[in-house]
Each structure stands twice: as structure tokens, then as C-alpha cells.
Design a binder for this molecule. Structure first.
Ligand code: NDP
Ligand code: 2IT
Length: 449
């Protein structure tokens, strides 16, 4: 089995994030492979780590000064065993094949856990939307879709948002798709409400993450009421995680962006969160500006010379990493445990390094891996696809209630699988095993394709 890790390292030696994601799954599904020799005989691991298709393309665009730029566009169509490829698009300068392959790989298992019929994919570009004008972002999205449109479709591959891609970008991408394909279909999710978007989709990842945390606590006869929570990020997932924490009586005390973080000892209430939403979603400002309105908070500038993130070094009960991959390292995990954090629920994808996860598991910290706890976003994307196919829009309460049911079901599925394989309470093992089983059994049913 280790040979599979050696194989991918030898094939693609620089893809360290992809290796990290694969290693975690391969190690945790070891008992499944031992119990089911047919998976090894049918080369399931070799097949599951190889994307069904990788599309890589040139994205040329012109800035407002008439200067030409060239970015790289990608779509990883990882696995379609249980439905059309589904997963977000990320625009961030760090985007490369390794990051998108890790995200697509995780997406396959996450989507399987949602109970909906969605395969896994991911895409994006090394384009940096920061500091770009509205017109530059539009021209970039149009150029990106001019190539991508021939590879996607409502029954083929349905992209959505991720870092740097929100409702604005989805609108521009959709407009160009519609023009080129000459059809109005649910080819993207996260659309605006007036033209096919689903209520609760913007909220879904953050709300779902907090519903999952509430389920974890309920399993220990606890609630979120009065819990102090550290939240990282200040984008889509962080904002709606904070919103649901407030709804459920918890107190979020931090938010961050790549420049630094704010600590508000009194807690970020609804009014303060509304300020952050306007700051980030409309003015596209920096989290530091929180202090212009709320000077009682403390701002700490990001310091790349530190080997830890001071955001994770405050007394709290729960932590919700909602920014990016590998944002909690071993030292951060030690700081969290020392500061009496008892629950870590991942809103971001793979925010904890393997060393950090080991520390949580060693200290019996309740730990939810992103592929389970942030699955609410893609789950409501699945509900958006269903509504688009029916040409109907469900009310807010209906979508929210389905989201809650799905998060509850994922929680239950993780615990059940973990218990069945002798690791009770281990959500990491449970999520990987349950997701893996659904996907590989579907692959076997469909023959060698
Ligand atoms: P946004 O672009 O809305 O927000 C991202 C936030 O994280 C920003 O505050 C950003 O700061 C910060 N951030 C991004 N990259 C870095 C970095 N390298 N270092 C420090 N801070 C960083 O993205 P989302 O909220 O949508 O996504 C956040 C995480 O959640 C990602 O891991 C994503 O994959 C995951 N996710 C998102 C889902 C969704 O539905 N949107 C669904 C499931 C998971 P800055 O503005 O300074 O870059
Ligand atoms: O990581 C993720 O699950 C997402 N970015 C959302 C994907 C989706 O298709 O809604």
C-alpha cells in the first residue's frame, strides 16, 4: 500500500499538497483494504489517485491600461463514479496542479458523504483578483470560460466558487457560458438568486460547519451556548460560520485575512459582522479596518518569520479554521490544546497539517476534517442543481432544513464507520472510510473505465 504513495511521489515529485491528501486517505482506509482484498486486486487505489481528466489552458486577458497578461487555467475532473464532476473554482496566485489535485481528491469523498449524486472535481487559476478593477475581473472570467465551456455542462461538470470566486465571478462565468453554449442551464452553482441561484447557498458552508460542530458537541451532551470560538479567514466561509455561531449563542472572537487578524474579546456580534460583510464583500477592504469602527479590538499583523500563527494562541473552547490549507501547524495545534480548545471543526479544506491532526487525536480534542464538516457548501450546490433541473426554487426554510438533515447524516455516517472499524469517535477515519467505500463500490459496479 505504501507503494501507492511511492508511485505518486515518483510520478509527480513536486505535488506535496496532493501527496499529503492521498497519504491521509490511504493510511486511514488501510483496514478497509485488508477486509476487502478485491479493492487491491482491482487496482482501486491506483485508479482513484489518477484524475479521470486534467485540463490545463492559457487564459489571456487585457488590463485597463491595455497591457496583456497570461494566466494558467485548470480543471481537474477527478472522479465521476457517483455523478457529474462537481467542485469549486479557486482564483489565487498560489494555485497550481498540486493544490487543485489535492482539492479535487478531497472533493470526491466529501461529495460522496453528502448523500447526493455528485462526482468530484476542482479548478481555478493563478490569477489574483486582489486589486483588479471590476472590468478586469469580468474580462478574466470571460477569457477563462471561453476555454472551460467546452469541458463543462449541467450533466458533465458543474463548477462553483472557492477562494477568490464568489457570486460576482460566478455571474461573469455564467454569462459567457450561456453565450457560447446557447443554453440556460445549471452549469454553475452559487448563482445569484434572480437567475437560478439557491437560497442558503452563500451561507451553506459556514452554517453547515457550525451544524456539524453542534452535532459533535451534542454527542457529548454539550452545546455551543457560551463557547468562545476562534475563527480564521474573513471570506465566505468565515463570515457565515461566525453568523451561525452567533445564532447558536457562541462567541466568535477572531477573524483574519492574509495580512493579519483581529481579536475582539467582547465577541463579534451581528452588527460587527454586518460591518465585516460590507468591508469584505462590497468595499473589498482589509480586516485591519475593523479597528476603524471597533477600536477596542486588537489587530496583529501577519509575521512570516514566526513559526506559528498567534490567532491560534488565545484561550477558547472551539476553533474553526476557515481560510486555507495548512494554516494550523504542529505548534499551532499545541497552542490550541494548551489554551483549552476542545473542538476543532474545519471550514477550510485541509487546514490542519498531518502533525497538527496527530496532536488533536492524541489529546482527544474533538476533530472534524473539512471533507465532512465543510460539505454543507457543496451539498447545497447539489440542492441548487436539483432545483435548476426542476425549474423551481425552494424557500429558505426548506433548503436550510435539508442542509441540517445532510450535516446530521454526515455526522452519523462518520461515527458509524469509525465505530465499525474499531476507532469510535474518530471523525477523520470515519469520513475517509465512508466516503471511500461509496466511491470505490460504485467504481467496481461500473467496470474498468
Ligand atoms: P474567500 O475567498 O471568500 O475567503 C478566503 C479567506 O481566507 C480570506 O479572508 C483570505 O484572505 C484568507 N486566505 C486565503 N488564502 C490565504 C492564505 N494563503 N493565507 C492566509 N489567508 C488566506 O474563500 P472561502 O471563504 O470561500 O474559502 C475559505 C476556505 O474554505 C478554503 O479552504 C475553501 O477551499 C474552503 N471551502 C469553501 C467553500 C465555499 O463554499 N466557498 C466550501 C467548502 C470549503 P485574503 O483576502 O487576504 O487572501
Ligand atoms: O470545497 C468545496 O466544497 C467548495 N468550494 C464548494 C464546491 C461546490 O461545488 O459548491
Amino acid at each position: 500500500m505504501l507503494d501507492i504513495l511511492q508511485m505518486i511521489r515518483a510520478k509527480d515529485p513536486v505535488e506535496k499538497e496532493f501527496h499529503q491528501a492521498v497519504k491521509e486517505v490511504v493510511e486511514t482506509v488501510k483496514p478497509v483494504l485488508e477486509r476487502n482484498p478485491q479493492y487491491r486486486n482491482m487496482a482501486i487505489l491506483e485508479r482513484i489517485v489518477e484524475p479521470e481528466r486534467v485540463i490545463m489552458f492559457r487564459v489571456p486577458w487585457m488590463d485597463d491600461q491595455g497591457q496583456i497578461h497570461v494566466n494558467r487555467g485548470f480543471r481537474i475532473q477527478m472522479n465521476s463514479a457517483i455523478g457529474p464532476y462537481k467542485g469549486g473554482i479557486r482564483f489565487h496566485p498560489s494555485v497550481n496542479l498540486s493544490i487543485l489535485k489535492f482539492l479535487a481528491f478531497e472533493q470526491v469523498f466529501k461529495n460522496a458523504l453528502t448523500t447526493l449524486a455528485m462526482g468530484g472535481g476542482k479548478g481555478g487559476s493563478d490569477f489574483d483578483p486582489k486589486g483588479k478593477s471590476e472590468n478586469e475581473v469580468m474580462r478574466f472570467c470571460q477569457s477563462f470560460m471561453m476555454e472551460l465551456f467546452r469541458h463543462v455542462g449541467p450533466d458533465t461538470d458543474v463548477p462553483a466558487g472557492d477562494i477568490g470566486v464568489g457570486a460576482r465571478e460566478i455571474g461573469y462565468l455564467f454569462g459567457m457560458y450561456k453565450k457560447l453554449a446557447n443554453e440556460f442551464t445549471g452549469v454553475l452553482t452559487g448563482k445569484s438568486l434572480g437567475w437560478g441561484g439557491s437560497l442558503i447557498r452563500p451561507e451553506a458552508t459556514g452554517y453547515g460547519c457550525v451544524y456539524f460542530a453542534a452535532e459533535m458537541l451534542a454527542a457529548q451532551n454539550q452545546t455551543l451556548q457560551g463557547k468562545r470560538c476562534l475563527v480564521s479567514g474573513a471570506g465566505n466561509v468565515a463570515q457565515f460560520t461566525t453568523e451561525k455561531l452567533i445564532d447558536l449563542g457562541a462567541k466568535a472572537v477572531t477573524l483574519s485575512d492574509s495580512s493579519g487578524y483581529i481579536y475582539d474579546a467582547e465577541g463579534i456580534d451581528k452588527n460587527k459582522l454586518d460591518f465585516v460583510k460590507k468591508l469584505k464583500n462590497i468595499r473589498r477592504g482589509r480586516i485591519k479596518e475593523y479597528l476603524d469602527k471597533y477600536p477596542e479590538a486588537v489587530y496583529t499583523e501577519a509575521d512570516s518569520t514566526l513559526d506559528y500563527n498567534p490567532l491560534w494562541n488565545h484561550k477558547a473552547d472551539c476553533a474553526f479554521p476557515c481560510a486555507t490549507q495548512n494554516e494550523i501547524n504542529e505548534k499551532d495545534a499545541r497552542n490550541l490544546v494548551r489554551n483549552s480548545v476542545k473542538l476543532v471543526c474545519e471550514g477550510a479544506n485541509m487546514p490542519s497539517t498531518p502533525e497538527a491532526i496527530d496532536i488533536f487525536l492524541d489529546h482527544k480534542t474533538m476533530y472534524a476534517p473539512g471533507k465532512a464538516s465543510n460539505a454543507g457548501g457543496v451539498a447545497v450546490s447539489g440542492l441548487e442543481m436539483a432545483q435548476n433541473s426542476m425549474r423551481l426554487n425552494w424557500p429558505r426554510e426548506e433548503v436550510d432544513s435539508r442542509l441540517r438533515i445532510i450535516m446530521k447524516s454526515i455526522h452519523h455516517t462518520c461515527l458509524e464507520a469509525a465505530a465499525e472499524y474499531g476507532m469510535p469517535g474518530n471523525y477523520l477515519v470515519g469520513a475517509n472510510i465512508a466516503g471511500f467505500l461509496k466511491v470505490v463500490n460504485s467504481m467496481l459496479d461500473q467496470g474498468l473505465v
